[in-house]
Design a protein around this ligand. Structure first.
Ligand SMILES: Cc1ncc(COP(=O)(O)O)c(C=O)c1O
Length: 382
């Protein structure tokens, strides 16, 4: 079966390195090796890492450290992958067969729904709806309960949610897990932003899906809250028999994580280093969020502010002439006229909204907003 175009990734691949300012990124400004060295990474040791095939499911040291992130998990519950995208893809490949149904909470990153459809599944999207106050979103529970049925193989959620920044509460997570358990479905909880909740105190974590049922898969990576997307290192936690099937599938994709990436991941996911990286992300996200809030207030109602609770992005409606605008067209115009890349809500399953990356350094971030403001106002090209 043909795969549909993964529009978000395609647009980013095409343009993110060509524009002056990339506001389409959903993680924080990537660190360099020198930046990691400043946090204590031993570069000399890294120089000595053989560029070999490491154990193809990730080194036992890395998996053991990651197992510590999931209560009751052992290294048999963990598989290291090339980014969380590989973890998502392999999980879908292992689970989904033609005729199966997948329930996806939208908006989201769309990878899982597109991959499942490509494998012949029927994907039922269930919306997260904006609440009355500026930071709340709530799942349409009636639609959710109606969508989950005997043919449901998999329920997918991005938690904390990309792009809304909604952080599912423990009772919401329990309710999703209970619905899955009722019909014997799996839950794929994509938790790459779990370390990127804006207002958590040091050392605190958002609640995860892990432990809320038997068929739970929790996916994460170094890409977002850790600020290391180029390491291309992700992982999944799941029941050992399922993990073994995913590992076997991976023999066909990328075989093993990169040796250097595994070594970097061992450093980054060590609890005290992780906390320092997450603290850096929280600082950057909060600073830009405040700038963004102020800036939206000066856009004459074109971008009614919605406050993200997590993630290095803000997702706001874009109003033109009293109606939600065609954001894909605006994003294209903005890129051509102002050399700024934004994410149109349609690419995340929710037209009429724009996603602004909050992960840049404050200077380029402010300049990006200035150019967006010019384009909204129809001023002279920057
Ligand atoms: C929700 C979500 N999941 C997965 C990914 C894939 O990221 P990576 O493969 O770098 O871990 C992204 C990237 O934007 C994402 O937003």
């Amino acid at each position: 079966m043909e795969m549909e175009t993964f529009e978000l990734e395609r647009q980013q691949s095409l343009w993110e390195h060509k524009v002056d300012i990339n506001l389409s990124e959903s993680g924080v400004d990537p660190l360099t090796l020198d930046g990691l060295a400043a946090l204590g990474l031993d570069l000399d040791r890294l120089h000595g890492v053989p560029l070999e095939y490491i154990q193809s499911n990730g080194t036992p040291e890395l998996r053991s450290q990651l197992a510590g992130h999931y209560a009751g998990a052992t290294i048999e519950h963990l598989l290291a992958t090339t980014g969380s995208s590989e973890a998502n893809y392999v999980a879908v490949q292992v689970l989904v067969e033609p005729g199966d149904e997948v329930v996806a909470i939208v908006p989201n990153y769309l990878q899982v729904g597109l991959a499942a459809r490509g494998l012949g599944a029927l994907v039922r999207d269930v919306p997260l709806l904006p609440g009355a106050d500026e930071s709340s979103w709530s799942l349409d529970w009636e639609a959710f309960e109606a969508a989950v049925g005997a043919r449901t193989k998999l329920i997918y959620l991005s938690h904390p949610n990309n792009p809304t920044g909604h952080v599912f509460t423990p009772s919401e997570l329990d309710r999703i897990a209970a619905a899955a358990a009722r019909v014997g479905a799996w839950v794929l909880s994509d938790e790459v932003y779990r370390g990127a909740v804006h207002d958590l105190a040091p050392g605190e974590e958002a609640p995860g899906m892990w432990g809320r049922g038997e068929r739970i898969i929790a996916v994460s990576s170094l890409s977002k809250a850790y600020g290391l997307p180029g390491a291309r290192l992700g992982w999944m936690a799941g029941p050992p028999a399922f993990i073994a099937r995913c590992w076997a599938r991976r023999d066909f994709t990328t075989i093993a994580p990169g040796a250097l990436s595994d070594a970097i991941a061992r450093f980054a996911t060590e609890p005290s280093n992780q906390e320092r990286l997450f603290a850096r992300a929280r600082r950057m996200m909060r600073t830009n969020r405040d700038t963004f809030r102020g800036w939206t207030g000066r856009q004459n109602g074109a971008l009614p502010y919605r406050e993200p609770r997590a993630g290095a992005y803000a997702f706001v409606p874009f109003v033109e002439n009293g109606r939600l605008a065609d954001c894909a067209r605006f994003a294209e115009r903005l890129r051509r006229n102002r050399s700024v890349l934004l994410v149109a809500g349609r690419w995340a399953g929710m037209p009429g909204y724009l996603r602004f990356g909050l992960g840049l350094e404050p200077g380029p971030f402010a300049e990006g907003l200035r150019r967006v403001g010019l384009e909204i106002g129809g001023g002279a090209a920057a």
